[in-house]
Design a protein around this ligand. Structure first.
Ligand SMILES: CC(C)(COP(=O)(O)OP(=O)(O)OC[C@H]1O[C@@H](n2cnc3c(N)ncnc32)[C@H](O)[C@@H]1OP(=O)(O)O)[C@@H](O)C(=O)NCCC(=O)NCCS
Length: 169
């Protein structure tokens, strides 16, 4: 598989099961999230609310990666801030899919009027830190002991990316 062969597009309801499968690999790997409950298609279908963009990459008709936004806070003043996550199927990592979906998501968010994307990353998630830094995210600081994963307190790095087109007049 090459980056050229991959196709990227906005999500469709039929993608929910494939997205759940990829997300569950990330949960099982214990590298990316405090979540431990595996998701199904129904859980993921709730992400498609018409407000928060979700992008998928396909290779030979199979979804291999996604980048998704979700609500940062319910307050109206934060409506232009999206929480972002990006997951690539285990077998498809390190081939450019993560970069492709995240870059496309940033563009989709700009078009949707978002002015900032934020996320939190485990400090030892080298792959994620490298990817998001290369796409213009800034490491803001560290939340200490932000939660427990498998009974161990974990620190997380807060990251943000401004979307200049929606900030400057
Ligand atoms: C993080 C993740 C999304 C990266 O996606 P990917 O498709 O493997 O990454 P890409 O091939 O697009 O590579 C993007 C950059 O990251 C670098 N990178 C990717 N994996 C890396 C690793 N394990 N170690 C160091 N750098 C890595 C690549 O070299 C590339 O950098 P470059 O453009 O300077 O060469 C993927 O590893 C993944 O799904 N991990 C599990 C879930 C996760 O951690 N999600 C992020 C938390 S929300």
């Amino acid at each position: 598989m090459t980056e050229q062969a991959m196709q990227v597009r906005l999500d469709a309801p039929a993608d929910a099961a494939a997205i759940a499968e990829i997300y569950n690999q990330g949960i099982e790997d214990r590298v990316a999230t405090f979540e431990t409950r595996l998701r199904n298609a129904e859980d993921v279908a709730a992400w498609f609310d018409g407000v928060h963009p979700v992008v998928v990459a396909e290779d030979e008709g199979r979804v291999i990666a996604f980048a998704a936004t979700s609500s940062y806070r319910p307050r109206a003043c934060y409506k232009g801030i999206g929480e972002v996550s990006v997951y690539v199927a285990r077998k498809a990592r390190r081939r450019g899919a993560g970069r492709l979906v995240l870059q496309t998501l940033i563009t989709a968010c700009e078009e949707a009027g978002y002015w900032k994307l934020v996320s939190r990353v485990f400090l030892d998630n080298t792959a994620s830190r490298h990817l998001i830094r290369s796409l213009g995210f800034r490491e803001v600081g560290v939340y200490e002991k932000h939660g427990q994963l498998d009974g161990v307190w974990r620190d997380v790095l807060i990251v943000e990316r401004l979307i200049q087109g929606n900030i400057e007049p």
